[in-house]
Design a protein around this ligand. Structure first.
Ligand code: ATP
Ligand code: MG
Length: 326
């Protein structure tokens, strides 16, 4: 069975962009692949943070992932800092990664532009990401579109390491992205991709009243100024969310109502809110159940880390041997 790996930062609450672009897919894929899913706290400390917050966000992230359908009996779910081999392999990969490649990464440029002083960890973020994946010699990485560039770099690092230290036999695979039809969910402001760090999200576990308060002012087709103006669904973020949450017949109906100005944007948002509720209410209910048994969640994460470490230490053993390290 092929192996897959993917990670999510505990940099805020899991949102519907993470869910539609990656996590919902993880819940399906865990039945088809040997799956490793990681809460990447070492990645989250590359921007300013508070330690108590990070601890709480890591627990909340585990809860959200389990509520979204990850099953510790089917996949390996763990916290990155519980498996020190991630940073060990990252150091090794740092010695092979061209500086220029790191400097041209879009995520680095975006995140660095917001910091007064840019830590080297932010630049080296994709190197740690390559280590995360290759430690498990994973072939497929289910992610959102924003991570495709980082994965190209992971492939380059893999090729470089193989060429230098294992030329006779490929040791690390070249990991490929697995994308969903909703690979890039825009924020409700319509300005940028939905991101934990941008405050433009709908959280997976958010209560329906609060979701509605966010949907009401959400950006739609900018050319549809008056209620009577016909709209263009394809340019509307709300329409794209319908495609993710509403059944096909509703999506078709929504498009017609928009194009003919049959509905106003608020009517359209009400229907979206109902569709979202159908998908999100059971997830919230599951989260409540899981939150009632924190000892089980802790145990599941510890077992996940133990299994991850067994494979990670095996990989590191071979890597060190091939590199002349002790
Ligand atoms: P941050 O703002 O801290 O970077 P984030 O919201 O971008 O947080 P990550 O933890 O960086 O979330 O990414 C977790 C997974 O979610 C990745 O696979 C990423 O590609 C995916 N993802 C993130 N944002 C979106 C989005 N708007 N649409 C689709 N997928 C997304
Ligand atoms: Mg991100």
């Amino acid at each position: 069975m092929s192996r897959i790996f993917s990670g999510i930062q505990p940099s805020g609450a899991l949102h519907i962009g993470n869910y539609l672009g990656a996590v919902k897919n993880w819940a399906d894929l865990q039945h088809k692949y040997e799956s490793f899913f990681c809460i990447v706290d070492y990645h989250a400390i590359t921007v300013p943070y508070d330690p108590d917050d990070l601890r709480a966000r890591t627990t909340d992230m585990a809860l959200s992932l389990l509520a979204a359908g990850l099953d510790p009996a089917k996949c390996t779910l763990f916290v990155q800092s519980a498996v020190p081999e991630h940073t060990e392999l990252a150091w090794i990969f740092n010695t092979l990664t061209p500086l220029g490649e790191l400097e041209r990464q879009t995520q680095f440029k975006e995140k660095a532009s917001k910091e007064e002083s840019v830590p080297a960890g932010l630049l080296n973020y994709p190197v740690l990401q390559a280590a995360d994946i290759l430690l498990y010699r994973a072939e497929l990485v289910p992610v959102g579109e924003d991570q495709v560039q980082h994965l190209e770099l992971s492939r380059e690092i893999s090729r470089k390491w193989n060429a230098r230290f294992s030329p006779a036999k490929v040791f690390f695979p070249e990991p490929k992205p697995l994308l969903t039809p909703t690979r890039r969910v825009m924020g409700l402001d319509g300005q940028a991709k939905m991101s934990k760090s941008l405050g433009n999200t709908v959280e997976l576990l958010e209560d329906p009243v609060s979701i509605w308060e966010k949907l009401k002012p959400a950006v739609t087709d900018p050319k549809r100024v008056r209620r009577t103006d016909p709209g263009t669904p394809e340019v509307c973020n709300i329409y794209h969310l319908h495609k993710a949450f509403s059944p096909p017949a509703t999506v078709e109906h929504v498009a017609v109502q928009c194009r003919t100005a049959g509905w106003g944007c608020i009517d359209c948002k009400k229907v979206l809110h109902e569709s979202m509720e159908r998908e999100l209410a059971p997830i919230r209910a599951r989260a409540k159940e899981i939150a009632g048994n924190p000892a089980k969640m802790k145990k599941d994460l510890a077992a996940g880390a133990e299994h991850a470490r067994s494979i990670a230490s095996e990989t590191m053993g071979e890597v060190k041997k091939k590199m002349g390290l002790t």
